[in-house]
Design a protein around this ligand. Sequence first.
Ligand SMILES: Nc1ncnc2c1ncn2[C@@H]1O[C@H](COP(=O)(O)OP(=O)(O)O)[C@@H](O)[C@H]1O
Ligand SMILES: [Mg+2]
Length: 249
Amino acid sequence: MLEIKNLHAAVDGKEILKGVDLSVNAGEVHAIMGPNGSGKSTLSYVLSGRDGYDITQGDILYNGESIIDQSPDERAASGIFLAFQYPLEIPGVPTMTFLRTALNAQRRARGETELDAVKFLKLVRGKARDLKIKEEMLKRPLNVGFSGGEKKRNEVLQMSLFEPTLAILDETDSGLDIDALKIVSEGVNLLRSPERSMVVITHYQRLLDYIVPDHVHVLAHGRIVRSGGKDLAQQLEDSGYESIVSDAA
Ligand SMILES: Nc1ncnc2c1ncn2[C@@H]1O[C@H](COP(=O)(O)OP(=O)(O)O)[C@@H](O)[C@H]1O
Ligand SMILES: [Mg+2]
């Protein structure tokens, strides 16, 4: 599904990713952990194709094809979804309008018919209910004045609407209290399927008690320095990043 090969990427001429290798098969959930500033968000932005992130070496293959020359929209249309660590606020655009426009843009790009207002409302209501999102929130401008937890729930709502094949979740646990963490994790777990892969980025082990990954990787200084099973997350929680990161340096 996803194959990252010796990926080097720079922002403003500064190299942040320094040779990332990662292979994710269909149906797998991979967790990427690592200290602050290790390049986790940068990796997620590079995968989504955000402007300003230059790939200086290496390649990203999605279903066997290189995507590094594709625009963010093309990647989204082909089923790649990124839930942001810091979701964008769009004053003046009701959340509901944003969601319908984005979903229909993807459907058009895939040659599918657009959903009309009635069909969309029915769909979004059901999914919002599962995530305990109030309809009143969907009428407010996208993310404006939302609490940290509301923003993260809204990201997971988008993901459940878009039904991506590859979902990248960047610190979806940050800003969530324990109840919200459970709701969000349940929402994510409902989307696990043999056809869908997920890359779950988190600083803390706690999220991985709820979203149990198949593989765990530690990113430090722009590289994956350790990979293992779900036990690796617990080990990190117990001993901290220090030992692993300094071993690798
Ligand atoms: N726009 C930018 N310009 C310069 N440096 C940046 C920029 N964005 C991120 N960085 C640097 O890249 C490194 C990795 O950042 P980031 O990917 O956000 O790490 P993480 O998500 O793991 O905390 C940090 O040292 C950060 O300061
Ligand atoms: Mg980050």
